[in-house]
Design a protein around this ligand. Structure first.
Ligand code: GLP
Length: 236
């Protein structure tokens, strides 16, 4: 594991964007696993800058996102599809037909999960997976549990996750209680994993996840077993 501590969110975003840009330049047909949340916003801003300056070309890139809220369509401004369009896809030259987010509106979420895993498999897996981390150690929406789940699957969100994500909604009761998330299989099979986190409040969970025992009670701890993991942390 490569654990990098930097001084500012700006530096974190620059480093993360440079790693993703390098991946895209080295393999313009890369499959990128992408994440939502506040952590990657600065990284995405940099990537937009690189693309608009003509330094990085996303035209042959395919992306697969980690998760989506159940019941929110892509037009809903709280959906993760909407977030991705607004914070990244609309600013770069990626073909939107090659950007995938699991559907939170599928009637059969288990079948949607299976189809999503088949899609990832048919793409040949993920080359670089970007992750944030929740305060309870979740990655994607893989919440603490007594076991790790391999497949893309529907989940009930933890109370603490609903509370933490309420800041993006008008009121806490608006936060969906369920989501669909990529499981640990596709994440762990990604060739490279890049996890970014910032803020004092993430320090404790990072210590548990990367310097504590590997346990499904701290979902991100499984990443200790990944052969190519980079974590970038900034206190601010
Ligand atoms: C959400 C997302 C995660 C993200 C986490 C942390 O719950 N499903 O993918 O990593 O929140 O978010 P933030 O970066 O805003 O702290």
């Amino acid at each position: 594991m490569n654990f990098i501590t930097v001084e500012s969110y700006e530096e974190l975003s620059l480093k993360a964007a440079n790693l993703i840009a390098a991946q895209v330049i080295l393999n313009p047909k890369s499959i990128l696993g992408l994440a939502t949340g506040s952590s990657p916003v600065g990284t995405y801003k940099k990537l937009i800058e690189y693309c608009q300056n003509g330094e990085v070309d996303f035209s042959s890139i395919t992306s697969v996102n980690l998760d989506e809220y159940v019941g929110l369509s892509g037009e809903n401004d709280q959906s993760y599809r909407y977030f991705m369009n607004k914070n990244l896809f609309d600013g770069i030259n990626i073909n939107k037909n090659n950007t995938y987010v699991p559907s939170g509106c599928a009637e059969d979420l288990v079948a949607e999960g299976k189809a999503y895993d088949s899609l990832i498999e048919s793409l040949g897996g993920i080359d670089l997976q970007l992750l944030g981390i929740g305060l309870d150690g979740h990655i994607g929406f893989n919440e603490p549990d007594s076991f790790f789940t391999k497949e893309t699957h529907p989940v009930d969100l933890d109370e603490s996750t609903i509370k933490a994500n309420a800041r993006f909604f008008e009121k806490e009761s608006d936060v969906p209680k369920k989501a669909i998330t990529m499981g640990m299989g596709a994440i762990m099979q990604a060739k490279k994993v890049l996890l970014i986190a910032n803020g004092e409040n993430k320090k404790e969970i990072l210590e548990k996840a990367f310097f504590g025992p590997i346990t499904p009670e701290v979902p991100a701890s499984i990443l200790q077993l990944h052969p190519d993991l980079t974590v970038i942390y900034s206190k601010k």
